[in-house]
Structures are given as structure tokens and as C-alpha cells.
Write a protein that binds this ligand. Structure first.
Ligand SMILES: CC(=O)[C@@H](O)[C@H](O)COP(=O)(O)O
Ligand SMILES: NCC(=O)COP(=O)(O)O
Length: 244
């Protein structure tokens, strides 16, 4: 079944807005695992405006599920990931001033650079995923980088789902099929929510992991964190059992 990795960036954003340690990021991560999530995702950015490099180091020894670190692979990020050795690193082509991730990699243009970087992570036993748009050409070209998985960038799906779900899912189903044919695992994330997750997961066979942060943490304000994590897990279970 598809694993739920909860992105805790937004918890760090709230903490940082006042200084101090409220809410406590480590306690939240432990609770999210206790509520049943199968992974924790963080996306440290160069300005450390939400997740700090120190948070990444502090999280590693306390986590019991899969730790996924996402980010642009600058030298400082590569060194951090290779020191912490998470289960997975997800490479994202964000510029340093990006408000949030807004594009997938051009795996054709950046093939050689990505291949070198992927090798540096794999030497350390870290699984690698590359963030790409739902474009079979970008998925196919990712194979030459040596990556294990691709993460499909789902913002376009989330936007399109509101008006025409069938049309919105089509390119993602095609990209996932290409990945399967190429022997790449498939993750997905960005703007997935309680509203759109089940439809997505039910139609992307072999979907290994979704990483979800913004909507999940926002919904937790209304529904509570435990209840919200469990509701997401239920959506994934429904999708696996073909309930739509
Ligand atoms: C790659 C991706 O889609 C997420 O990591 C997203 O960028 C979360 O980052 P923010 O929490 O900074 O929006
Ligand atoms: N990889 C996507 C992620 O970690 C969370 O994205 P979002 O749910 O905050 O949009």
C-alpha cells in the first residue's frame, strides 16, 4: 500500500514565527509516527526559514519510520544528507528564493549533473528520488541519472482535480506507467489533500509514497493532528481497496 510521509515544514514555520520551541517539532514528529504515518519528510531551504539544518540532525536519531529529506542539491545540502543518512533523499530543482516548489527537473538538460549527485548519495546507501513533472519524457530521461524513484509533482493534478478529475489524472497515470516500464519507483507530492488524495492513489497503480504537508497540517487545525493523519491513512486504504 502507498506510504504516507508527513512533511513537517509547516510545523517548523509556526515555531520559527515566535522563536522558542513551540510547537515542538520533535514531539510532533514522534506523534505523527505514533498516529500511523509511515514516514517523515522535511525540505530544508538555504535560508532555513522553516526546517533548520539542526532540526534535520535532531530528527534522525528519534525517528522510527522512513526519513525523507527533500531539497535542491547544493553542496551544503549534499553534505547534510550524506552526514544524516536518511532512508531517502528527494532532489528538487528549487531556486534559493522559491516560496515553495514550483517545477520538476528537466532530466534531459541536467542529466550529467544529476547522475553525479545521485552517485554521491547512493555511495552512502541512500535511496534517491527525483522530483519531475508528469511528463513521460522527463521520467524516461531520469533513468540515466541512476535514480531509484521519481516523485511526480502533483500541483497540476490538485488544481485540475477541482474541475475535471479525469482529465487532471491522465498525465499522471501515463507518467507512472512510463516509470513502471523503466523500472523506476513512483512517489508523488505537492498540494495533495484530504479532498484529492484518494482519487489520485486509486488511479496510480504501484504508487509507493505520498509526501503531504501544507494541506495536512492546515486540516489538522480543524480536525486535530491524530484524526487528520488517520483520515489520510484511511484515504490510502480506500484507494488500495478500490473504493472511490
Ligand atoms: C517538493 C515539494 O513539493 C515539497 O517539498 C514542498 O516544496 C514543501 O515545501 P514548503 O513547505 O516549503 O512549501
Ligand atoms: N514532496 C511534497 C511534500 O513534501 C509536501 O508538499 P505539500 O503537501 O506541502 O504541498
Amino acid at each position: 500500500m502507498t506510504k504516507l510521509s508527513v512533511n513537517i515544514n509547516k510545523i517548523a514555520t509556526l515555531r520559527n514565527s515566535r522563536g522558542g520551541n513551540m510547537p515542538d517539532l520533535l514531539e510532533a514528529a514522534r506523534n505523527i509516527e505514533r498516529f500511523g504515518a509511515q514516514g517523515i519528510t522535511v525540505h530544508p531551504r538555504p535560508d532555513e526559514r522553516h526546517i533548520r539544518y539542526a532540526d534535520v540532525r535532531a530528527l534522525k536519531p528519534i525517528l522510527t519510520t522512513e526519513f525523507n529529506i527533500e531539497g535542491y542539491p547544493g553542496e551544503r545540502f549534499i553534505e547534510l544528507v550524506n552526514e544524516v543518512k536518511p532512508a531517502q533523499v528527494t532532489l528538487v530543482p528549487d531556486g534559493p528564493d522559491a516560496i515553495t516548489s514550483n517545477a520538476g527537473w528537466d532530466t534531459v538538460a541536467h542529466r550529467d549533473m544529476l547522475r553525479d549527485i545521485v552517485a554521491r548519495f547512493k555511495e552512502n546507501g541512500i535511496r534517491v528520488s527525483i522530483f519531475v513533472e508528469a511528463d513521460p519524457r522527463m521520467v524516461e530521461a531520469a533513468v540515466a541519472t541512476g535514480t531509484d524513484r521519481v516523485e511526480l509533482y502533483t500541483e497540476a493534478y490538485a488544481t485540475g482535480y477541482k474541475t475535471d478529475p479525469e482529465r487532471a489524472i491522465a498525465p499522471f497515470a501515463a507518467a507512472a506507467e512510463t516509470a513502471r516500464e523503466c523500472g523506476l519507483g513512483v512517489n508523488a507530492g505537492h498540494d495533495l489533500s484530504l479532498e484529492n488524495l484518494e482519487y489520485f492513489a486509486a488511479r496510480i497503480p504501484g504508487l509507493l509514497e505520498v509526501s503531504i504537508g501544507h494541506a495536512l497540517i492546515s486540516e489538522a487545525l480543524y480536525l486535530g493532528l491524530e484524526n487528520t493523519v488517520r483520515l489520510y491513512l484511511q484515504k490510502l486504504q480506500n484507494a488500495a481497496h478500490g473504493k472511490r
